[in-house]
Design a protein around this ligand. Structure first.
Ligand code: HEC
Length: 171
């Protein structure tokens, strides 16, 4: 019992220290202008907003598998699938030029061949998102945490990171 109390106190103190450091670090970088580093500015394009939505669903799904909440995992995989279905429409809207993300990856929006190539990749990877999220929902029905986690990881690798490798500027 005494040991458990000690652990609780230690965790409490560590939380306070972590919180303190976070707030302190944040204020310092504000005050000193972050020594020439580019500040992180959140983009507000339709494509980056769509990605933030798919990212939120993915993060919630990871949270849910950590606690073995399979219903939420299944719900989130359906949400991801819906976003997957919107990818083509948002990134290659009919009759509109590709958005700034295309320039950022070093491509020319006025080069029809480059646009066509990227469009092919997007068709491929948005289908991978839909298939992989469908697979997560299937696996989650089994109620096996390890296998469900692996199906989530498979989606991150084969869909999210695979598409980012061809379509996002290297940081
Ligand atoms: C078909 C390609 C493709 C797939 C699949 C894809 N992404 Fe993206 N993602 C992009 C592109 C392109 C950008 C840059 C968009 C922009 O800057 O407008 C991006 C940007 C992002 C961002 C940054 C958003 C911001 O605020 O700038 C996050 C987070 C993200 N994706 C998460 C994910 C996750 C999670 C998945 C998988 C569930 C995923 N993406 C699947 C192409 C893809």
């Amino acid at each position: 019992m005494k040991k458990i109390n000690q652990i609780c106190i230690a965790v409490f103190i560590m939380t306070i220290i972590a919180l303190g450091l976070t707030i302190h670090g944040w204020q310092c970088s504000e005050a000193f202008g972050n020594s020439g580093e580019k500040p992180f500015i959140q983009k507000n394009t339709p494509t980056s907003s769509l990605m933030r939505i798919i990212n939120t669903h993915t993060a919630r799904m990871l949270e849910a598998i950590m606690v073995g909440d399979f219903n939420t995992v299944i719900k989130k995989s359906n949400d991801i699938s819906k976003v997957g279905n919107a990818i083509m429409r948002m990134f290659f809207s009919e009759g509109k030029k590709v958005d700034q993300w295309f320039t950022e990856v070093g491509k020319d929006p006025d080069d029809p061949e480059a646009v066509k190539l990227m469009k092919g990749d997007f068709e491929k990877y948005s289908n991978v998102v839909i298939e992989a999220s469908g697979n997560i929902a299937e696996v989650a029905k089994s109620g096996n945490i390890a296998e469900t986690y692996e199906s989530i990881e498979a989606m991150l690798k084969s869909a999210c990171f695979a598409c980012h490798t061809v379509s996002r500027a290297k940081k």
